[in-house]
Design a protein around this ligand. Sequence first.
Ligand code: 4NP
Length: 153
Amino acid sequence: MKVLMVCLGNICRSPMAEGIMRAEAARQGMDIEVDSAGTSAWHVGESPDDRAVANMQQHNIDISNLRARKFEVSDFDHFDYIFVMDQNNFKDVTSSARNSDDKLKVKLLMDMTSTHTGLPVPDPYFGGDEGFENVYHMLTEACERIAAKLTSH
Ligand code: 4NP
């Protein structure tokens, strides 16, 4: 199984989602490939935001070695699922879909949860540290559900 997490900058939400999904998969002994990307090229090559790294460190997950990259059309070929953080990401990613198979791979991440269906993972970039903690908890709920779903198949 191959899973791609996508946000705008690939320095806050999606690298956190990548780290959490990896940790959850390891905890459940799942064989899964996880990556992340951004719809913008603004931060390509950069490490995750310091606040994202610090928050994840508090939860014993190290994402400091990740580097931002831009989403590319070939990601539709490589990945089974492409989880996006908000409706703008959804629009940007699906607009580069080449066919209905590509489009069907794209899911709003929070639609995997029971308590935040239809909601975006709020962009923490312009806010304070509490935004990152909120994002951590939302992402964790989603990643636990993804792991549960994928292991039950
Ligand atoms: P992300 O957050 O999409 O969760 O990585 C952002 C990072 C950078 C910017 C916006 C959102 N920015 O405007 O540079």
